[in-house]
Each structure stands twice: as C-alpha cells, then as structure tokens.
Design a protein around this ligand. Structure first.
Ligand SMILES: NC(=O)c1ccc[n+]([C@@H]2O[C@H](COP(=O)([O-])OP(=O)(O)OC[C@H]3O[C@@H](n4cnc5c(N)ncnc54)[C@H](O)[C@@H]3O)[C@@H](O)[C@H]2O)c1
Ligand SMILES: [Zn+2]
Length: 298
C-alpha cells in the first residue's frame, strides 16, 4: 500500500518493470517526449491545477550537491549509508556531524531562478483561481525561502529536530546546533570522526532525550498525512512537472508515471534523461535554473 511504502533506492531495471506492470499499453505506444517549449506553454496556460515534483537537482544550482556523483560522498562514506536509522543507532555522533555539515552548508545557500519561478507562478496562478503545488523530496527548505506556500516536504527538513524519547518536533536553525559540534563535520576524507559523547549531542529541552534530524531516512516510512495529501494533489492535477529528480527513490518515483498513466501531461526538467523520461509527454534537457523560468514565465 502507498501509505506503507518505504523510502528505498531501486535500480533502473526495477523502475522499468514497475512501469511496465502499471502502464503496459501507454508505455509501448508512447512517442518520444517532446521538447517543444511553445507546445508546453500552451498546456501550462490552460492548466488549472499544477503539481511540481522536485528533487535534489533543483537545488544543485544553489550549490547544494545531489546524492548522485561526487556530491554523494561525505568523508569516506556514501551519504546514503549515513542517512539511515541503523547508522544513527550505531554512531549518533557521526550522523550528527554529517547533518551539522549539511545544515551549515544549506544555511549559506539561496534559492535559485528555478525555485523562484515556481514561487512566482504559484502566486500568479492563485490570482487567477488556479493552483500550483510543490511536492519536494528536498530537505533544504529552499522552496520555502523562495516564497512557495503550497508545499509538501516528503522527506522532512534539515531545520527541524525530533526527540527520540518524547517525539516532540521543533524548528531549529542554530549553528552550531550544540557546542560539541562547533567546527565538526568536515567532509574531508582524512578528517577524524569527532566521537562526541551522547550527552553532548543535541538534547530535548523538554525531556533531555537525544534529538535526531526530522528527516525521513532510507528504510523509514513517510509521514502518512503528508503522503496522503500529496497523493490527493497528484490524483486531481491536470499538469505535472518533474524537476531535478532521478526518479529512483520510492514512493516519489511512482508519482509521475501514475499521473502520466491517467493521461495527464507530464513535463520533465533535468540535465539528462532518467528512467522515467520515455513515459513523459515533455522533456526539457538542461539546468532547470534556465529551462524552468522560460517554461513558466507569464
Ligand atoms: N537539496 C536536498 O535537500 C537534497 C540533496 C541531496 C539529496 N537529497 C535526498 O536524496 C534523495 C535522492 O533523490 P533525488 O532524486 O531528489 O536526487 P538525486 O540526487 O538522486 O538526483 C538528482 C537529479 O537531478 C538532476 N540534476 C542535477 N542538476 C540539475 C540541474 N541543474 N537541473 C535539473 N536537473 C538536475 C540529475 O540529473 C538527477 O536526475 C532524496 O531522498 C532527497 O531527499 C536531498
Ligand atoms: Zn523529548
């Protein structure tokens, strides 16, 4: 079931077979995606309810690295191995060092023209009784910084903490997040692990329990309310944009193919083809900081 879906990386082969089972006829009959911007703008002009699915690629031009390629490593570790409950259980100091580094990195970054184009389009469409919603896999809050209001953060955010004991969730943009992590978290492969004792890691103000980042780690379930609301938007949209995501992490990976199977136009904005490209109506290749403002301008 969708609500129980886990956040798990899958291979391109699995992605393809998943699509084959859900959309066998359309997948076979579909033409190559179009890159005709004028045709896309005509569809956009007539859309009443637009859903934009965004991934790490939309923040790449802001200077936040994606998990594919060189940006996927921190010290000697694969970032995806650190973003797991098992890693936190085994070594909370190491996981907090990684998140402390990512928080500080993101705090120094600003939304780019792609984030801004979405926020401006949302305002403009609202004035016209139309709706634009962003469903993001990103945890960097750059959509919020750009002014997006209709926002679902599927994987949580770097700037909230959750208590592992009492469950309380709080906003937190402190840098450093606690004195013991000041100056720690260097991504240098030769950097020594800080080995901060648990008592000196971020602690809950209410119950002194150990805090963790309020993000969804690999192997964890998504918040069922966020997922249900995102699914409702997808079920009723009449245009879907897929921006800067490699479409290999479930459940987000199945969203756009589902919408496409309903016969709703899907437009992909990416620097390369993905495993989803051939099922979409439009594909605009290039950095989305350039392609998206052109696609969405008034
Ligand atoms: N900024 C962030 O918050 C951030 C950063 C890294 C990873 N993550 C997490 O990593 C997981 C991986 O999923 P993902 O699919 O979002 O990211 P990903 O790293 O798997 O893929 C990024 C995609 O963006 C594309 N891309 C790169 N630069 C681009 C640009 N300038 N314009 C358009 N497209 C560009 C790449 O071709 C790739 O398809 C998610 O769970 C996400 O939460 C988040
Ligand atoms: Zn607590």
């Amino acid at each position: 079931m969708a609500l129980r879906a886990l956040l798990r990386p899958i291979t391109a082969a699995t992605t393809r077979s998943n699509k084959m089972t859900s959309t066998p006829i359309t997948a076979v009959m579909r033409k190559q995606p179009s890159s005709d911007m004028a045709a896309f703008r005509e569809v956009f002009k007539n859309a009443k309810h637009v859903v934009a699915l965004t991934g790490a690629g939309i923040s790449a031009e802001s200077g936040v690295p994606t998990f594919r390629g060189a940006g996927g490593f921190w010290r000697r570790y694969n970032a995806q191995d650190i973003a797991t409950p098992g890693a936190f259980l085994a070594n909370p100091s190491l996981v907090w060092e990684f998140y402390s580094y990512r928080r500080d990195l993101v705090l120094s970054k600003k939304p780019n023209p792609a984030h801004i184009a979405l926020a401006e389009a949302e305002k403009r469409l609202a004035d016209d009784d139309r709706r634009l919603v962003v469903i993001t896999q990103n945890i960097d809050e750059l959509h919020k910084d750009a002014g997006t209001k209709n926002l679902y953060e599927l994987h949580g955010t770097l700037f909230k903490t959750r208590c592992t004991k009492c469950g309380s969730i709080n906003e937190n943009r402190d840098s450093p997040i606690c004195p013991a992590l000041a100056g720690k978290g260097s991504p240098d492969p030769d950097a020594e692990d800080a080995r901060v004792v648990e008592g000196e890691l971020p602690r809950c103000k209410k119950c002194t329990g150990l805090l963790r980042p309020h993000v969804v780690w690999f192997g964890e379930s998504l918040d069922p309310d966020v997922l249900m609301n995102a699914q409702k938007e997808l079920d009723s949209c009449d245009l879907c944009l897929v921006i800067g995501t490699s479409s290999v992490v479930y459940p987000a990976a199945m969203f756009a193919p589902e919408v496409s199977a309903r016969g709703v136009p899907v437009a992909e904005f990416n620097i390369e083809s993905t495993s989803g490209t051939e099922t979409f109506g439009f594909h605009f290749e290039g950095p989305c900081g350039s392609t998206l403002p052109k696609a969405l301008h008034p």
